[in-house]
Design a protein around this ligand. Sequence first.
Ligand code: PMP
Length: 362
Amino acid sequence: SNALNFSGGPGVLPESVLNEAQKAIHSVPEVGLSVLGISHRSDWFAAVVEEVERNIRQLLQLPDSHALLLLQGGATLQFSMVPMLLLRGSGKTAEYIHSGYWSRQSIPPAQLEGDVRVLWDGEASGFRRLPAASELNHSADAAYFHYISNETVEGIQFNEIPGREDVPRVCDMSSDFLSRPFDPDRFDLIYAHAQKNLGPAGVTIVIVRRSILDQVPDGIPALLDYRAHLKAHSIYNTPPVFAIYVVLLVTRWLIEDIGGLERMAAINQHKADALYAIIDSHSDFYRGWARSENRSLMNVTFELPSTDQEAAFLNQARTIGFSGLKGHRSLGGIRASIYNAMQLDAVESLCEFMEDFVTQAR
Ligand code: PMP
């Protein structure tokens, strides 16, 4: 069932949002037309984009120094757009952290645009931990510093913001954006695709410090240039109207039903604590992937003593109605993704199942 969907992404959305989206597919009340057939040039859609921006600004307390854009192409396109706009022709070096599967994908596109220095590489430690600040040898003249706040595949998450304050800080927050509060003013560029905590796939949020756009080189196609999207209020070409509408519903849910990011973070902590407690109380059976200081509150990853037991675990879980628990194809094991919309009682059901499974396996 939807309630027991622990998918790594696209992830579960709030039931109330699904209900409203369902109604809107038939007819948006204010318009009398299906959301799938409303012009992106309508006043209604301009207001949707405006409210999405207003809501995210409110949730993050985003200062006016930063612009908010709604783009397409997923987080993967940002792997290219970031170095195209901030590294190309700069004669500088971009600094990257290689902390897991997704940060590995982020580096080759940057190497196409200029010099890249991998500041820290987690491969030797099997991507089970993240670097401490003391392990990062930043230089003052880097074009920017890029990292991923939550490695979705491995389930490791930064608790502190790495980097130095005098180098532009760029962060892929795809899998933990709007799951906890943070100070946006410490970032020059943030991007996050929607399909974890925000809505359906198809829209990617970009938050950019306006002042860094002055250095964008010439010769960038408009669709790949933040400035074109900024000027067009995120309606440069036809945007994914439906996906953006659902993001609007999710931001309303965060503000009205949850009560903001402090509250959301407390709920997320609670859910993650419950799962990690089960893992720790049976540590001879459930072996948590991440070192405990770096455990993700969004993706709880663990292994069982054998792949046969993992297969049995997944099979039994499926018969009860759990889905999405299979680890990423690159890593194996089990991954329970517990994004914002995952309810505490569903996490508690999973904890019960894990207790039962370990008892039965012994
Ligand atoms: N970054 C992170 C942290 C991700 O989790 C993912 C996909 N799950 C991506 C980038 C790639 O995103 P997309 O498929 O939207 O391009």
